[in-house]
Design a protein around this ligand. Sequence first.
Ligand SMILES: Nc1nc2c(ncn2[C@@H]2O[C@H](COP(=O)(O)OP(=O)(O)OP(=O)(O)O)[C@@H](O)[C@H]2O)c(=O)[nH]1
Ligand SMILES: [Mg+2]
Length: 273
Amino acid sequence: MLCFIQIHNSSMSVPKNVALKDPPVLPGQQTVPPGLALVIIPTFNEAENIGRLLGELAERYPLTLDILVIDDNSPDGTADIVRSRQLTTRGLYLMTRAQKLGLGTAYIAGFRYALQKGYRYVLEMDADYSHDPLVIQRFLDAMSDSHLLIGSRYMNNTVNVVNWPLGRLILSKIASIYTRFITGMPVADPTSGFKCFSAEVLRTLNFDRINSQGYSFQIEMNFRVWKKGFSIAEIPIVFVDRSVGKSKMSKKNIREAIWMVWWLKIKSMFGLL
Ligand SMILES: Nc1nc2c(ncn2[C@@H]2O[C@H](COP(=O)(O)OP(=O)(O)OP(=O)(O)O)[C@@H](O)[C@H]2O)c(=O)[nH]1
Ligand SMILES: [Mg+2]
């Protein structure tokens, strides 16, 4: 599939059309200051959240963090809010895609961008305030010893989730247990979407092979990193359910996660990952 995306930078230069399949990563290419981190925030209809979140991130991390929002043509004008923030925010970038193409492809487009620019650490974060911006500092502090650090809701047999309906919590817990049981991956919260990769790890992955769209994208990324022999660490986080905007979670996402863990397990057993 060839689909066009646009990247707009904070200096508001003329947007440049680039294909979704970005050019191959050039090893050692360095266009950002050494050690800089990038947080990727995928958005679809997050107008009620994104402005406040960007303001808070810019205030807390004025020099240590760049931000890439990947918006799938949200009808609610999310991208316009980002564009107006760009006028006053350093290091804020916007990638727009023509239609809702899923979380997985959004993150992969962001990872390719991060590697091409030479960021050292790459974070994933939701736009809906389920992830506390303060935790980013804890990720960055711990990354010198880690390759993949996951913000975990379920460490040490605790549950750190606020305002989730019981059904949603049970579903998430069952997904974690199911994933651990089938894959053997030693991760307490494999579907968490608040995490930080070192660029070194991302560079070893073949993004063209990643298939997941929804929650299983998180499982698949963890599994592939783990199977490459990298260690995965977790830090405890508190996850707060969104207070505004709508969830994009669907039954399709759940079905995908159920078969994806088997697909990953079987592929890895035959060395086809
Ligand atoms: N670009 C892009 N972003 C998406 C897409 N689907 C979801 N998102 C964003 O991904 C993040 C997570 O989505 P949510 O709907 O909050 O999903 P969730 O956090 O797993 O589910 P809830 O707990 O119900 O909120 C949010 O920032 C969404 O706006 C998509 O297809 N494209
Ligand atoms: Mg959410």
